[in-house]
Design a protein around this ligand. Structure first.
Ligand SMILES: Nc1ncnc2c1ncn2[C@@H]1O[C@H](COP(=O)(O)OP(=O)(O)O)[C@@H](O)[C@H]1O
Ligand SMILES: O=P(O)(O)OC[C@H]1O[C@](O)(COP(=O)(O)O)[C@@H](O)[C@@H]1O
Ligand SMILES: [Mg+2]
Length: 553
């Protein structure tokens, strides 16, 4: 503890707000054959609300940790937009750089072009039209020729927050091993018990030896928690311990928290890279292709669905009900249903359903039992919450402010039983709730590889001095995405796209939607996809409230 803080210019804490220039991202790029060599000199602009003064005036406001994040844009020809991430040199302009030690690494020496071209960016929209705009891009992840940290200068820490997810330990392992193997970093601290662990728990030293086997275990060796995000105490702890790279593994709430930490770090003028690795079993983080652990969870869900199918098929009028995770987004239920082909009906939060009458769930169950003698229903935990709330009291919020859900599985099972009793038909209903079983397991092989790549990408980014970013795979390529971009909205199953139609056609279930519902869903998806795929919305002007009640910056 209490080793000298790594703040660069003003070690005393908290330091005075520093003016922040909006830099040209080329300033910290080592090569010269990049953006500026194009015929079009790109323009860098920071977004801000109209009529709120000049750039200079705005930068003063950034000295406040509660200031809204700045959008760093580079524009080019053909509607090209790079939505860039912050860099430590944005607010500490004279930092020295060092050659990347990877260039002397025997394992990597055979790679033809190991360092990524600093001009490389990854497009968010894979599908474009001949005359359409090239659209939004993110900075490509990967090792840079020059780094902003010397190996023996790095003191990294890793924290895991929020719910469990397969692959957490793999990411921890690969950050530790990546830092060590690729950059010769030996000081990595594990923060125990989530965000509050920065100020209320012990820390552990993480070494390649101590993390060697952890990827074979479920959960997180660091422990996790909800709530407890106290920005000042967290950044004090970072400063007091002399930490200069913070790796934060967690979902949307965690990434919001990391964004706030980054703002405070920048306000204090600390040479600290704050980097996120998105974690969510629900796959509800936008922009990225999918979140790690999702594949494993879908695979594990198959076991529950199989059991439900066997049980249902072995009884007269057998009905298997399986509840799967998915608080606000039904991806696990959706993909587990598509993968299984044994499911007759899948209910998710995005698609409201009803029980009684024509086109309702009961009629459909009656029909399936008549046709087939048994059926399987998969229900995401967040489905039908409005319906249930008509008869039950809401359960309030958890420590992070997430809504605690009413048990749709039990409720639905009960309702189905009551209905068939009423129409004097005997059924055999078995309810299977594998909720925590699908997330408390180690990641499968494919997720392990995915976690490894994400961990290496985030390490390269932090070593290169990028900060205030989350690493993510977009259209198959890894890139650095500003925090606000992945927290401004949640990824949801689109009930008006082909993937959901595939499910409807495979289960043959009713859509439960009227024409008006579909129209409304379309309009809503169009509205949010503009926010999602188009040029960034302005986080300074549009305050939103996240589903967990925190203000979205
Ligand atoms: N807007 C926010 N600002 C700061 N911290 C937040 C915010 N939202 C959530 N957090 C913190 O992030 C952590 C994890 O959030 P939670 O919603 O439980 O899980 P997840 O990150 O998986 O979504 C908690 O410690 C919570 O206090
Ligand atoms: O019981 P817990 O730990 O609060 O977790 C339950 C919730 O965690 C999740 O698995 C994922 O939530 P997070 O991504 O916020 O961690 C939800 O599907 C589920 O509702
Ligand atoms: Mg969450």
């Amino acid at each position: 503890m209490a080793s000298p803080a790594t703040s660069v210019s003003s070690p005393s804490r908290p330091s005075a707000p520093k003016p922040i220039d909006v830099p040209n991202p080329r300033d910290h790029l080592p090569h010269h054959h990049h953006l500026q060599d194009r015929r079009d000199t790109p323009r860098v602009r920071a977004r801000e609300p109209e009529g709120e003064g000049t750039l200079g005036e705005r930068t003063g406001a950034m000295g406040d940790a509660t200031a809204r994040p700045e959008v760093k844009l580079v524009t080019g020809d053909g509607g090209y937009v790079l939505e860039d991430v912050p860099h430590v040199s944005d607010y500490l302009p004279d930092l020295p750089t060092y050659p990347n030690p990877l260039q002397d690494n025997p394992a990597y020496s055979v790679v033809k072009q190991y360092f990524v071209n600093p001009d490389d960016t990854v497009c968010q929209k894979a599908i474009v039209h001949k005359n359409g705009p090239r659209g939004n891009h993110f900075r490509r992840a990967g090792p840079r020729q020059r780094v902003y940290f010397q190996s023996d200068e790095v003191h990294a820490c890793i924290v895991t927050c929020g719910g469990l997810c397969p692959g957490l330990n793999t990411v921890i392992r690969e950050i530790v091993c990546g830092l060590s193997d690729m950059y010769g970093v030996t000081r990595v601290l594990g923060i125990q018990g989530g965000y509050r662990g920065f100020y209320a728990c012990n820390t552990i030293d993480l070494t390649p030896k101590s993390v060697n086997d952890i990827h074979k275990k479920g959960g997180t060796v660091l422990g996790t928690s909800r709530g407890g995000h106290d920005t000042t105490k967290i950044v004090d702890s970072i400063q007091d311990r002399g930490i200069n790279q913070v790796y934060v593994i967690g979902g949307d709430g965690t990434q919001r928290g990391a964004g706030v930490i980054f703002e405070e770090v920048r306000r204090r003028g600390l040479k600290v890279a704050v980097a996120g690795i998105p974690k969510t079993i629900d796959n509800d983080i936008p922009v990225i292709d999918r979140s790690f652990g999702f594949d494993t969870a879908v695979e594990e869900a198959q076991r529950a669905i199989n059991a439900a199918h066997v049980e249902a098929g072995s009884a007269d009028n057998g009905i298997g009900v399986v509840k799967l995770m998915g608080r606000y987004s039904g991806f696990i239920a959706h993909y587990a249903t598509l993968a299984s082909r044994d499911v007759d009906c899948c209910l998710i939060p995005e698609s409201p359903f009803y029980l009684e009458g024509e086109g309702g769930l009961f009629r459909y169950i009656e029909k399936r039992l008549k046709e087939n003698g048994h059926m399987v229903i998969v229900v995401a935990e967040g489905a039908g919450q409005k319906l249930i709330a008509e008869t039950m009291q809401s359960m309030g919020k958890d420590a992070s402010g997430n809504a605690m859900l009413l048990d749709v599985g039990l409720w639905l099972s009960q309702k189905i039983k009551e209905h068939f009793k009423k129409i004097k038909t005997t059924i055999n209903l078995k309810y299977i709730d594998p909720t925590y079983m699908i997330r408390a397991i180690p990641s499968n092989a494919s997720d392990n590889v995915y976690c490894t790549l994400l961990a290496h990408s985030v390490v390269h980014g932090a070593m290169a001095g990028y900060t205030g970013f989350t690493v993510g795979q977009v259209n198959g390529r890894h890139c650095y995405i500003p925090f606000y971009r992945i927290t401004e909205k949640q990824n949801k199953v689109s009930i008006t796209d082909r993937m959901w139609a595939r499910l409807l056609s495979s289960t043959n279930q009713p859509s439960f939607l009227s024409k008006k519902d579909v129209e409304e869903a379309r309009m809503e998806e169009e509205r949010t996809s503009k926010l999602f795929d188009g040029p960034p919305s302005n986080p300074k002007t549009e305050d939103k409230v996240a589903s967990n009640g925190y203000a979205v910056k």
